[in-house]
Design a protein around this ligand. Structure first.
Ligand SMILES: *Cc1c(COP(=O)(O)O)cnc(C)c1O
Length: 379
């Protein structure tokens, strides 16, 4: 059989025939962008599905992060995590804000609330945590600190689609939550993103900011940007929503299979579901303890590659270790011990709705050398 690359993710695409009527409708209306019909429909449909009050669609998650900081007029210093995709910190830099890195907690690798207070200075205006891998941050503790010090909270919720804690949407935490609908995410609009907010005035401000700051035909109220989602993207979103529950359910089955099959492998650790949380299974990270496993994470990464299995070292290196940011005081080696360890041990295994069980077993077999060989040759 032909050896195909198994990638860490693969977009779930609806049948092409189902996309054509949307395109026909766009062609007929001749409205390609600027808050068109599908844009409006998708905003409403996402509010309903996600259980949030207001959502503003964007061309991508990074520009949504940048705009969220503008919307709240964040300046000075912002406390954030080094354990994320680099866009989290870039969004601060593009706003002339100084990132202050604080370490992560060892259980779910999210910003550690216990370490936030020590990093607050008179210049701190906000906290920007990330719900890494879709696991909710300790939102109550973060809110308490933010309220005590008068700080805003902007969540990078780019890994979080439809995640709830005891039926409460995680996206409702913080002053604003930012989503990404990039092709590699659980829900995609080719490229895309959104900001979730809680009142009409803020929704209006964000809508103005993403459209050059226009508040009316002849009125510009802020130095806005062009960050609009177009009608083709919005149509893709409407179509994706139809299969989102089925896709998340398939991801859950994959996560459970990995957990069952990798259980007890010496030196290999992974996360369990959190009681009361509805997860979206955006990633399946495992940690490799070099001593106990007998190999380093990078050796495992290379070995998997030899077998055409492409895991990803999310997140390696840390954002604070990139040449652009390593000069910052909070980035100095030793300041972020948990993140510095996790970044050396983590690898995300392939997860996507159509990942076949046979391929999952091939991955498991590579990771668990002690297990009896599956007889794949005879199949
Ligand atoms: C994907 C992602 C982003 C960037 O989103 P884009 O839509 O690709 O611009 C930002 N932060 C995190 C944590 C992400 O995973």
């Amino acid at each position: 059989m032909e050896q195909k690359k198994i990638t860490v993710t693969q977009p779930a695409l609806p049948p092409l025939e189902e996309f054509i009527p949307y395109l026909k409708s766009i062609w007929e209306s001749k409205q390609l962008t600027n808050n068109g019909r599908f844009h409006q429909e998708l905003e409403q449909a996402l509010c309903d599905y996600l259980g949030v009050q207001y959502i503003s669609l964007f061309c991508n998650g990074t520009i949504a992060l940048i705009t969220a900081l503008q919307a709240l007029r964040i300046t000075g210093e912002v406390i954030t995590t080094p354990f994320s995709f680099v866009a989290t910190t870039h969004a601060l830099w593009w706003n002339n804000i100084k990132p202050v890195f604080v370490d992560i907690e060892p259980e779910f690798f999210n910003l550690d609330p216990a370490r936030v207070e020590a990093a607050i200075t008179p210049n701190t205006t906000a906290i920007m945590p990330v719900h890494v891998y879709g696991n909710p941050c300790r939102v109550d503790e973060i809110k308490k600190i933010a309220d005590t010090y008068g700080l805003k909270v902007i969540y990078d919720a780019c890994h979080t689609f439809g995640v709830t804690i005891n039926d409460t949407p995680v996206l409702n935490s913080g002053d604003l939550a930012v989503m990404s609908f990039h092709a590699t995410k659980v829900f995609n609009t080719f490229e895309g993103g959104a900001i979730v907010c809680h009142d009409e005035a803020m929704k209006k401000r964000i809508d103005n900011l993403k459209n050059f700051g226009f508040a009316g035909e002849t009125t510009v109220v802020a130095p806005g940007i062009n960050a609009k989602m177009n009608e083709v993207q919005a149509a893709m979103g409407l179509l994706q929503l139809k299969s989102i529950d089925a896709n998340i359910a398939k991801r859950k089955v994959i996560a459970e299979l990995y957990r069952r099959e990798l259980d007890g492998v010496e030196g290999l650790a992974f996360m369990q579901d959190i009681p009361g949380v509805r997860h979206c299974y955006s990633y399946f990270p495992i940690l490799i303890d070099r001593e106990k496993y007998g190999k380093s994470r990078d050796e495992v990464y290379e070995e998997l590659k030899q077998k055409n299995i492409y895991g990803r070292r999310y997140f390696y290196p840390l954002i604070s270790q990139f040449p652009t940011y390593r000069g910052l005081e909070s980035a100095r080696p030793g300041n972020l011990p948990v993140a510095e360890r996790v970044t050396e041990e983590v690898i995300c295994l392939p997860v996507y709705p159509d990942l076949a069980e046979r391929l999952i077993m091939k991955i498991v077999q590579c990771l668990d050398k002690k297990r009896k060989r599956y007889d794949t040759t005879s199949k």
